[in-house]
Ligand binder design. Structure first.
Ligand SMILES: NC(=O)c1ccc[n+]([C@@H]2O[C@H](COP(=O)([O-])OP(=O)(O)OC[C@H]3O[C@@H](n4cnc5c(N)ncnc54)[C@H](O)[C@@H]3O)[C@@H](O)[C@H]2O)c1
Ligand SMILES: O=P(O)(O)OC[C@H](O)CO
Length: 412
């Protein structure tokens, strides 16, 4: 698998193969949860055991569960430090040898599809039954490609009981008739529970090898809940900062994927050019990142006036834009798309290059385009709208460097 498949903390939420961690606070003094995105990265979480888990806000009972599927989630599942059973919801797949993915995980402690070579804790149990996996949960972590979240929430509706807190690592949005719906909102509305978010510059394969990185927890009201998530995910090499701005943090994680597609187009346009001048490419990439960040901030504040400027300087903001535009899957596949002159479709390239992992930026660009169109904001966001039009073949990839479209916009 491509190393970055770890899909970050989305681990916690992605449903490709979801996970549930069940921790018994009475037995657990210190819980270290290692989260791995699809292939490499791992995120270690230290939990102040009893004190954290017995927080009245979070856990009337004693179960912490992670619902995730793939990369990111699998990192979390490297829970050899968790004393009790860890249940992980896994989107069932049949491997080429005919075995079920969940059987293989339970037999070998390895996710052969999305995290090969990494031993999960012996207490990790892969569960293909979504409802069973979340039973008795009072902390839920969602990490799944955003396109599956609506279906997952519908299946879970009415099944989540009691005092439950959720956190979403999913970078993406749903567009409903009434406008864009952030995934944390979808979870809150469908399941009737509070949902925080965790976003940041987190390429799975780098986290897998425990390179230092940061993330931002966006919370709504309770600092106590935010601190609990921060404690849960923080490790010496994974620094988590709480910010009271759920929408701002989540929109950063969502919109940066569209900027990364634009950055990939720029890189792809250079391919085949023997005189490729890295300096000019860097200049162009920097321009795309700056323009993208400006559109991210402007749109976020238009949608939610409460969004804070300072959020864009957290890991979820400028850092994730840089990381994804330099090293993410969205950038890589968009580069291949531009190299083909737009002749190969994103679906084809995704299947060929990502081996089961899912691109977020292309569908988000479409959703964004619909939302901008619906509100009459298209002209205010030329980068966002150009990306979608290139993706569907209405414009050629080199439209991304039509700087006249991206000049100063007094409305932003
Ligand atoms: N990989 C990273 O580096 C990374 C980092 C940060 C955030 N994220 C975010 O995490 C989220 C999940 O991304 P990912 O990279 O872990 O996933 P992915 O892109 O690797 O997608 C594959 C996952 O989708 C699941 N899946 C496939 N079909 C499904 C279905 N019908 N229903 C439910 N699940 C299905 C598979 O089981 C597998 O776990 C995304 O929002 C992503 O933006 C990823
Ligand atoms: O590989 P990408 O493009 O999905 O990006 C992964 C993460 O979101 C980077 O923070």
């Amino acid at each position: 698998l491509p190393s970055h498949s770890l899909t970050f903390l989305s681990i916690l939420l992605s449903l490709r193969s979801s996970l549930c961690l069940m921790l018994n606070p009475e037995k657990t003094q210190m819980v270290n949860v290692v989260i791995r995105n699809l292939g490499l990265p791992s995120l270690e979480v230290e939990v102040g055991g009893a004190s954290l888990l017995s927080s009245s806000l979070l856990m009337p009972s004693s179960f912490l569960r992670f619902m995730c599927a793939n990369d990111w989630m699998n990192l979390l599942i490297k829970t050899q430090y968790v004393s009790d059973e860890v249940r992980m919801w896994v989107f069932e797949e049949v491997l080429p040898n005919g075995e079920k993915l969940t059987d293989v995980i339970n037999k070998t402690n390895e996710n052969a599809n999305y995290l090969p070579g990494i031993k999960l804790g012996r207490n990790v149990v892969a569960d293909p039954e979504l409802e069973n996996a979340v039973k008795e949960a009072n902390m839920l972590v969602f990490v799944t490609p955003h396109q599956f979240m609506d279906g997952i929430c519908k299946k879970l509706k009415g099944k989540i009981k009691g005092e439950v807190e959720a956190i979403s690592l999913v970078k993406g949005m749903e567009v409903k008739k009434e406008g864009p719906c952030m995934i944390s909102n979808l979870i809150s509305k469908e399941l009737g529970i509070n949902c925080s978010v965790l976003m940041g510059a987190n390429i799975a394969n780098e986290i897998a090898v425990e390179k230092f990185s940061e993330a931002t927890v966006g919370y709504r009201e309770s600092r106590e809940i935010a601190d609990t998530w921060v404690q849960l995910f923080s490790t010496p090499y994974f620094m988590v900062t709480p910010v009271r701005d759920v929408e701002g943090v989540e929109l950063c994680g969502t919109l940066k994927n569209v900027v990364a597609i634009a950055a990939g187009f720029v890189d792809g346009l250079e391919m085949g050019n023997n005189t490729k001048a890295s300096s000019s490419n860097e200049v162009l990439s920097a321009a795309i990142m700056r323009i993208g960040l400006r559109e991210m901030k402007a749109l976020s504040k238009l949608l939610f006036p409460s969004v804070k400027d300072s959020t864009f300087f957290e890991s979820c903001g400028v850092a994730d834009v840089i990381t994804t535009c330099l090293g993410g899957r969205n950038r890589r596949v968009a580069e291949a798309f531009a190299q083909s002159g737009g002749k190969r479709s994103f679906d084809e390239l995704e299947a060929e290059m990502l081996e089961g992992q899912k691109l977020q930026g292309v569908s988000t660009a479409k959703e964004l385009y619909e939302a901008l169109n619906h509100r009459g904001w298209m002209e205010m966001f030329p980068l966002f709208s150009t990306v979608h039009q290139i993706c569907i073949g209405r414009l050629k990839p080199d439209a991304i460097v039509n700087y006249r479209n991206f000049g100063p916009n007094p409305k932003l």
